[in-house]
Design a binder for this molecule. Sequence first.
Ligand code: RTP
Length: 155
Amino acid sequence: RSAVRMAMERTYIMIKPDGVQRGLVGEIIKRFEQRGYKLGALKLYQANEDLLRKHYGDLQEKPFFPGLLKYMTSGPVTCMVWEGENVVRMGRQMLGETNPQASAPGTIRGDFSIVVGRNICHGSDSVASAEKEIKLWFDDNEVLAWKDHSHAWVY
Ligand code: RTP
């Protein structure tokens, strides 16, 4: 297939503190790798409130926001960039629904979590928010240039 016809995208996937503490980092990376997506950036990172207010800017007025801040700063998160065809939508599908009890078995939340306040992972909901979130969580020099990757084995 011609490279120009593919919807090549990047998305921001983050394993939340519960996912890290429960030892699910390898499992989650494995699922994206095995699907055929390419890792473009990876780091373990202790987030602070300032960064999380920027990341979750649209949720600041929600009653659960203080609890969300406490949860998300309770330990390190794992920040990742994944790339490949349609990865924003496919990534959300692999994660499952925001509420784990609405998540199908076979999804990450559907396999490993029970409540919305401890739902293991985050994935960008659009190409635009992916680009915004990648800039927010990574310095430019931490993210591999897309052209460095060969996708020839997958596509
Ligand atoms: P995420 O950004 O983490 O991928 O989640 P999302 O887009 O699927 O969901 P969103 O509505 O943006 O909520 C962000 C995160 O806030 C926590 N949350 N807690 N009722 C609650 O206690 C509640 N609702 C949402 C979850 O961790 C959710 O992923």
